[in-house]
Ligand binder design. Structure first.
Ligand code: TYD
Ligand code: MG
Length: 463
């Protein structure tokens, strides 16, 4: 006969999550005092979904026949901010949590407020079309006073968008507001400011961050809503806090800037789309506006001849192609050790291309300091830039200017071959559209001059 189960209990640390069978004054794992709480053993070891009182409901853990699952679950809607929708993978996904990281002052609050207003506007239109669609947006700020948010909204022309504002640091306040409003979209600016007494006594700990983010994520997953959380990331890239949330959320987006007013939105993780898409904005007097023609930022328009040390390459960022100017400068090294100064292209790539030029084209770089810049400050990671990088380096080192209206693309092998790149046709088309009459590339193609190796490339370009 089956033995009747008795209710057993255990003790769980509210600071670090450590569990053990007996109560103790001090957690043996993290050393915090008075943090052990009694729990019933049937309780799930995972963060409980909000509103379920710590117990997983039978419904949630029961397997379902695949055919009984509603494919519309996790359905998308457009936020109305095109560049943001693109990076999200074609709009926001219901029941998903999105984390937006960026350094202070980059424009996270601005982006989120503009997104809130755009969602309101978009879903209002959709509401008449799809009955039952709700479009409320709750904007929670733990950093700013309501009046500050209002002032920003005035600046952005979003004051009458119908966004609900809640200024609080307490998770419980947010949960109450969520249950009362039942919004489609919840914005939390920033998640680092949210605090819950249930997650241990110390505000600002990783445990707090994880607990609050998990509770809010659980809420949107149960209620068909979407959660956007902002998080501060310091300039040197130390993202200790937000990093702890990366596995917990569905999408991680990084907000970056160039030296000027241009802002880049890039996804680092996306359960619902590609991570190659790049959103480009310009920060102006009235907030962020989409940059429709990115090539206008990344190539330098000049009248007359092109200076030495430059090369133009068509690059793909996700589904879009645009033209970018790479700039190189070489100067004799002052120290015995030479250096590569390159922020936007990986140093290792620059060194490798310089080494290939040294070996295969007989041009000495091993006694030179190399400086590489990319016009517009966009980061380039595609291998299709190799040939253009080689052209810019060659031109810088020899002081021979490249011909006008010529772009270059191709991957460079260590043997000095120019290797194929994907979607060459579209690259050629983009170059032609912007007035480049010649594209040097790795294959025979309409509007492409075929170059097979580094020497061929140099001969075609510079003689
Ligand atoms: P903010 O969104 O507050 O940045 P974050 O939340 O990431 O800290 O924006 C900060 C900067 O943006 C601030 O220096 C002011 C500037 N800004 C504009 O240039 N134009 C605008 O319309 C707005 C709202 C802000
Ligand atoms: Mg802010």
């Amino acid at each position: 006969m089956a033995k009747k189960k008795s209710v057993s209990t255990f003790f769980k640390c509210t600071s670090c999550g450590y569990t053990q069978p007996r109560w103790m004054g001090r957690c043996p794992e993290c050393g915090e005092w008075n943090t052990l709480r009694e729990c019933i053993a049937e309780e799930s070891p995972y963060p409980a979904p909000f509103g379920s009182h710590g117990l997983q409901t039978r419904e949630r853990i029961k397997p379902l026949p695949l055919s009984a699952i509603n494919p519309a679950e996790g359905e998308r809607f457009f936020t109305g901010i095109g560049e943001f929708d693109r990076v999200l993978g074609g709009g926001a996904v219901k029941r998903s949590a999105v984390l937006i990281g960026g350094e202070p002052g980059i424009g996270k609050s601005t982006l989120l407020l503009q997104t809130a207003a755009a969602i309101r506007k978009n879903t209002e239109n959709a509401q008449s079309a799809v009955s039952g669609t709700r479009g409320r947006v709750l904007y929670v700020s733990g950093e700013e006073a309501a009046s500050q948010i209002r002032a920003r909204a005035d600046r952005l022309g979003a004051e009458n968008a119908g966004i609900e504002i809640l200024c609080t640091n307490r998770l419980e306040d947010i949960e109450n507001a969520l249950n009362a409003l039942n919004p489609l979209c919840v914005i939390v600016d920033s998640i680092q400011t949210v605090f819950s007494a249930d997650a241990g006594s110390i505000p600002g700990t990783v445990n707090q961050l994880k607990y609050c983010a998990a509770e809010l994520t659980a809420w949107v997953k149960e209620r068909d809503a979407v959660l956007f959380m902002s998080a501060h990331v310091t300039k040197d890239g130390s993202i200790a806090g937000p990093k702890a949330l990366e596995h917990l959320v569905d999408t991680v987006i990084s907000f970056e800037r160039n030296d000027d007013h241009i802002r880049f939105l890039r996804s680092l993780k996306n359960r619902f789309g590609s991570i190659d898409e790049l959103g480009i904005f310009s920060m102006g007097e009235r907030g962020l506006t989409a940059v429709e023609d990115p090539s206008s930022l990344f190539i330098v328009r000049r009248s007359g001849t092109v200076p030495p040390g430059t090369a133009v390459v068509p690059v793909f960022e996700g589904s879009r192609v645009f033209l970018v100017e790479i700039q190189a400068l070489t100067v004799p090294a002052k120290a015995a050790l030479t250096r590569v100064y390159s922020e936007k292209i990986d140093n290792a790539r620059v060194s490798r291309v310089a080494a290939v030029l040294e070996k295969r084209a007989g041009l000495r770089f091993s006694d030179q300091d190399i400086y590489i810049n990319v016009a517009g400050g966009v980061r380039l990671t595609e291998s299709a830039i190799d040939a253009a990088l080689a052209a810019a380096l060659y031109s810088a080192r020899t002081d021979i200017a490249p011909p006008e209206k010529t772009a270059v693309t191709g991957e460079l092998s260590l043997a000095g071959e120019i290797r194929p790149v994907h979607r060459l046709k579209q690259r050629a088309k983009a170059a032609a559209t912007l007035g480049f009459t010649r594209l040097l590339g790795p294959e025979k193609e309409e509007d492409v001059v075929h170059v097979c190796g580094i020497q061929d490339l140099i001969k075609t370009l510079f003689s």
